[in-house]
Design a protein around this ligand. Structure first.
Ligand code: PLP
Length: 423
């Protein structure tokens, strides 16, 4: 079995190891929650300071022009496009994932209503991230449509003649299970449905090829693997064949063809710019820009393909070690063991104590998180492995701490059982 020494050797030979230097990560912390909130990039504090002190404080309103604030959504969008197989000018950074999902679902529904009015169903997964389901449910109510929820293995069978839109999250937030984007998109198109992909757990974590897969719409998150900071702006992409067909319903002035002409009527900007709504959050967008740069820094080292290779090595090592060392403590691996079916996270389950075990690990400076189960699904201990800053030895040490938490029984202590607001 792999030893700690082996892990140190793997790290010493890792061509991506220097990327860790781009992050301000406390030395004594093993951070396995970059799938929920990415680590602070070293460049971010100075950039935010500059935006606040110089661009805002000194140059004030000129900065919309002189510092290029007005183009930030496009500039950051172009950088993100490089990570998701989209072209320049096809994506913008804006708003939140939830809000962007509303825009693209509405756009997709409009296209469906024009082209195939008999289709009035949105299909998604029961285990999709709840905000995605809430947005789709709300939109279905607004349109008099139906939201149909299925299990991940039922996708193809669910593509019946009444389906207008298939809305999926590429990598499941709980289980880490990943869909084959190209195959699912092909099947949906063959069945006459449009496909909306949520890339919240994909962008910056796994290679994505939206154009190659011929997807229709996509949204994604800025504060997870893109390291944009808490509440960072999200992003939105529409295939160019759709972008100009419909103005999304949140038709704000930043999506107008000429915002500073101040005309009383709305004329949508060409292309993806019409997916902007109001004034960009410049400070947050600047932090996101630094975060995206940390992922782009991998480009000369092999880019997303190299990151994926390391991510698979880390998640496989973690799952192997947990199975070898923690099975006797009742802990099992929930995420798919086949690497091709898994994103950059590994989820574990235990019949009892999942929340407390995560808390006990955090007390030992190993940060993962907890996601509550329900009647059908177990409580989950969730660990994300951001290949930009996670080392093989971190994986080994994290499992060692987990073994100690279980062997000592310390997770049973009352202090680890008090639920916080954010789990
Ligand atoms: C993280 C995540 C979101 C977050 O949406 P916000 O609007 O940023 O709160 C949405 N969808 C999925 C699938 C996510 O993983």
């Amino acid at each position: 079995m792999t030893t700690r020494q082996d892990c140190l050797a793997l790290d010493a030979a890792d061509p991506l190891a220097p990327l860790r230097e781009h992050f301000d990560l406390p030395d004594d912390l093993i951070y396995l929650d970059g799938n929920s909130l990415g680590v602070l990039p070293r460049a971010t504090p100075a950039r935010v300071q500059q935006v606040v002190r110089e661009e805002w404080g000194r140059d004030l309103i000129q900065s919309w022009n002189t510092a290029g604030w007005i183009d930030l959504p496009q500039r950051v969008g172009d950088k993100i496009a490089r990570l998701i197989g989209a072209g320049a000018g096809e994506a913008v950074a804006a708003d939140s994932t939830s809000v962007n999902l509303y825009k693209v679902l509405m756009a997709a529904s409009h296209i469906a209503r024009q082209d195939q009015p008999a289709r009035r169903v949105i299909v998604s997964e029961r285990s999709n991230f709840p905000t995605d389901l809430y947005i789709a449910e709300s939109l279905a109510r607004e349109l008099g449509w139906t939201l149909r929820l299925i299990e991940p293995e039922e996708v193809e069978a669910a593509l019946t003649h009444d389906v207008a839109v298939l809305m999926l999250t590429h990598v499941n937030y709980r289980t880490g299970r990943m869909h084959d984007m190209a195959a699912v998109t092909r099947a949906a198109h063959a069945a006459g449905a449009l496909v909306v992909w949520d890339l919240a757990h994909s962008a910056g974590a796994v290679p994505v090829d939206l154009r190659g897969a011929d997807a229709d719409f996509a949204v994604g998150c800025g504060y997870k693997y893109l390291n944009g900071g808490p509440g960072a702006p999200a992003f939105v992409w529409a295939h160019p064949r759709h972008a100009d067909r419909f103005w999304q319903p949140l038709a704000g002035w930043m999506g107008h063809a000429a915002p500073f002409r101040f005309t009383p009527d709305y004329q949508p900007a060409p292309g993806i710019a019409r997916y902007l709504c109001g004034t960009p959050a410049v400070i947050a967008m600047s932090a996101l820009d630094c975060g995206v740069d940390t992922v782009l820094a991998a480009e000369p080292l092999g880019g997303m393909a190299a990151l994926r290779e390391k991510s698979i090595a880390l998640t496989t090592l973690f799952a192997d070690l947990v199975e070898a060392r923690c099975a006797e403590h009742g802990i099992s691996v929930v995420s798919p063991r086949e690497a091709a079916l898994r994103g950059s996270q590994v989820c574990l389950a235990r019949a009892e104590g999942a929340y407390a075990i995560v808390q006990a690990l955090i007390a030992r400076r190993v940060v993962g998180d907890f996601r509550a189960g329900d009647a059908q699904t177990p409580d989950i201990l969730r660990f994300g492995f951001t290949p930009l800053y996670t080392r093989h030895v971190d994986v080994w040490d994290a499992v060692e701490q987990l073994v100690q938490v279980m062997a000592s029984g310390e997770w049973r202590e009352a202090r680890f059982h008090q639920r916080a607001a954010v789990t």
